[in-house]
Write a protein that binds this ligand. Structure first.
Ligand code: PBG
Length: 334
């Protein structure tokens, strides 16, 4: 048997792992508060918050409470929030027409947050699923999500969101051509400065369940979203989709879900060198919380490790329900 010295030569990687200071010195990746985008759920009403069973610690907030949450986020140094409305059932229809109402829940929240907390970025999703009575992200006709009409509707919703004060339109619907049509619509309406963060590679994942509870679509959704989200088996298609969105005018791209798709994060970042974001989705949050609640894992450490993994994979930022908790931990210097 050879000795360790014979095997390694003089190379001993443990030298730089010996102490905390040495580990900090050679650390390649860092998670900071500047990497965080906080998704917030909205609900009608005043001064109220509702728990979401499958997302312990996350609540739906009335607009006034969302303003307070945005204030707290800004104080913690979180650069941006992303809002998702739970729309009253009677306002949902087959075309998601309420998405176009300038006074709908998401637009009212944007206006209120902009007025009270101008220093935080607001990202809004222009998809139709919170507004449709079938829970799909587009217009449903004869069992088919019709692409072009959906895109027109989504672009109109995006212009309304920009008019309300949204800084970044983040369409999560995956219809063909939506980025280019939204860009044109924004420009024609005078919103040249409103950016687009494309949910460029959104997979037909099983990890969105708790989110659907949060916005009230789980009971509504008929069928699945496989005709418009990407097959989880496909990488090349994800890259083609990203390329198309960039050509159509996306300023930033996103990969969603997060942890099961780190390889996609890495390839998107390396291939396109655009600001690349990742969405640690509701199911990922629920998995960590459930295991932690059972005492099976150290929830805080697993959370921080998973967020760090996104940075290591090349992401510039992360949409995470943990944003305020992480910001507090990072702020305390732990
Ligand atoms: C749909 C949308 C989804 C999420 C955000 N917007 C997925 C879906 O319901 O199909 C998921 C976010 C999460 O799971 O945290 N436009």
């Amino acid at each position: 048997m050879r000795s360790v010295d014979e095997v390694t030569g003089s190379r001993r990687l443990r030298r730089m792992r010996k102490t905390d200071w040495a580990r900090r010195l050679v650390r390649e990746t860092e998670l900071t508060v500047n990497d965080l985008i906080w998704p917030i759920f909205l609900i009608e009403g005043e001064d109220a918050a509702e728990d979401i069973a499958a997302m312990p610690g996350v609540q739906r907030l009335t607009v006034d409470r969302a303003v307070k949450a945005a204030e707290a986020a800004a104080k913690l140094g979180i650069p941006a929030i992303a809002t998702f409305p739970n729309v009253a059932m009677e306002k949902r229809d087959t075309t998601g027409s309420h998405a176009l109402d300038e006074d709908n829940l998401i637009n009212r929240a944007t206006k209120a947050i902009k007025a009270a907390v101008p220093e935080i970025g607001i990202i809004t999703d222009a998809a139709l699923d919170p507004f449709t009575d079938h829970g799909h992200d587009g217009i449903l006709r004869d069992g088919v999500i019709v692409n072009d009409e959906s895109v027109e509707q989504i672009a109109r919703a995006a212009v309304g969101q920009a008019a309300a004060g949204s800084d970044i339109i983040a369409p999560s619907d995956m219809m063909d051509g939506r980025i280019g049509v939204i860009r044109d619509a924004l420009d024609e309406a005078g919103f040249q400065d409103v950016a687009i963060m494309s949910y460029a590679t959104k997979f037909a994942s099983a990890c969105y369940g708790p989110y659907r509870e949060a916005i009230g679509t789980s009971g509504l959704l008929k069928g699945d979203k496989k005709t418009y989200y990407i097959d989880p088996a496909n990488t090349e298609e994800a890259l083609r989709e990203t390329e198309a969105d960039i050509e159509e005018g996306a300023d930033m791209v996103m990969v969603k879900p997060g942890l099961p798709y780190l390889d996609i994060c890495r390839r998107v970042k390396e291939t396109f060198q655009l600001p690349t974001f990742v969405y640690q989705v509701s199911g990922e949050y629920a998995m960590i919380e459930a295991a932690a609640a059972n005492g099976w894992i150290d929830g805080e450490r697993v959370m921080l490790e998973s967020l760090l993994a996104f940075k290591r994979a090349g992401c510039d930022g992360i949409l995470t329900y943990y944003a305020p908790r992480v910001a507090e931990i990072l702020g305390s210097g732990a």
